[in-house]
Write a protein that binds this ligand. Structure first.
Ligand code: BTX
Length: 326
């Protein structure tokens, strides 16, 4: 509350310094309180220049996601992203989407957060989701009459959508590692987590979670993942308007989903294979039944990975962790 008045005051004089004394007088707070507010705003992503005697100057505001910009970016979508829940911070957008699903929200509902405190990947792994610079979102889908086997195909469809969207808004050459990673130069820029809830062998709803490192600098990637992760800013050298990218991802998903509904998985498979960085490579797959090494040949008609193993036998892999090389 107090800090928003401070921001208003600094914005009244773009590019100019305002002394700490003047701020303290106009807001009727102590100089220490002014300093504390500046520090708090810095944590939120505001950048200030401060100089002795001259005071403070606003250099950059954090780029916040805003409903209006999102609605604009989602123009052309007819069902996906037609309801949006935008949160400042949450444990996980997957959880938010799940409770919206249970309380009857329609297919296409989109949940977004600036920050997740308990973002998760597959098998309970952690997904780092620092504030303001990534896309952390979950899309609720209620597919009609789809068997539970639809969920892995939806993961592959989402990977195609994300990859195409990244290529459209940036110069970055993104590729897909089976089944759910988007890589740039061998490092992970995006992860996808599809969770589904079923009944009598049919899907009641799916929640498609997408986590993308967009405007994070190298120093902002957590050390635990800095050797395997990257961001679009690091790779492309440009800040990207997150709303525009969100719009592209969601629009691609809606279009690919329509294609899937009318023609099945076959065209998605072709698009996936064209964007894959796994195919033709020697890989090792960690599965629950042990490690398998061989050459990744393609997807089968269901979306499983076809591998030619070292003894020349064809193996079909439904789930596992892929390591390139082997
Ligand atoms: P995954 O299990 O394939 O990948 C998780 C692994 O990725 C972690 O163990 C870690 O090594 C690495 N990792 C963690 N955070 C990052 C990051 N920010 N960038 C790159 N690598 C990272 C992938 O699972 C699926 C992730 C889905 C995340 C979305 S965000 C919106 C939604 N909400 C939520 O809680 N999860 C999804």
């Amino acid at each position: 509350m107090g800090s928003s008045r401070l921001i208003d005051m600094l914005q009244e004089h773009p590019g100019q310094y305002i002394s700490g004394e003047e701020i303290s007088r106009r807001l009727a707070i102590s100089r220490t309180a002014v300093w504390k507010q500046i520090e708090k705003l810095r944590e939120e992503g505001y950048e200030f220049e401060s100089a002795p005697r001259r005071g403070y100057r606003l250099i950059r505001k954090p780029e916040k996601l805003q409903n209006v910009a999102l609605l604009y970016a989602l123009q052309g979508c007819t069902t996906f992203g037609q309801r949006i829940k935008l949160l400042e911070t949450t444990v996980s957008t997957q959880e938010e989407a799940r409770s919206l699903a249970e309380s009857g929200s329609p297919s296409g509902t989109l949940v977004l957060a600036e920050e997740q405190t308990g973002g998760r990947g597959r098998q309970g792994r952690k997904w780092y989701s620092p504030p303001g610079k990534g896309i952390w979102m979950s899309l609720l889908l209620r597919p009609e009459q789809q068997p539970l086997s639809f969920a892995p195909q939806l993961t592959l469809l989402t990977a195609v959508a994300v990859c195409r969207a990244i290529r459209r808004v940036s110069e970055v050459d993104a590729g897909i590692k089976w089944p759910n990673d988007i890589l740039v130069g061998g490092r992970k820029v995006c992860g996808i987590l599809v969770e589904s809830v079923g009944e009598d062998e049919l899907i009641r709803y799916c929640i498609v979670g997408i986590g993308m490192n967009v405007n994070l600098e190298g120093s902002e990637l957590p050390t635990e993942v800095s050797s395997i992760a990257t961001s679009l800013l690091i790779e492309g050298g440009q800040r990207i308007d997150r709303s525009v990218l969100i719009g592209e991802v969601v629009r691609e998903m809606e279009q690919l989903y329509e294609l899937y509904r009318s023609e099945g998985f076959a065209p998605i498979r072709i698009l996936w294979e064209a964007l894959s960085v796994t195919l033709g490579q020697r890989i090792t797959v960690k599965t629950t039944g042990g490690d398998l090494t061989g050459t990744a040949m393609g997807l089968d008609s269901t979306g499983a990975l076809a591998l030619l193993d070292e003894s020349g036998e064809n193996r079909i892999i439904f789930s596992g962790e892929v390591q390139l090389g082997g």
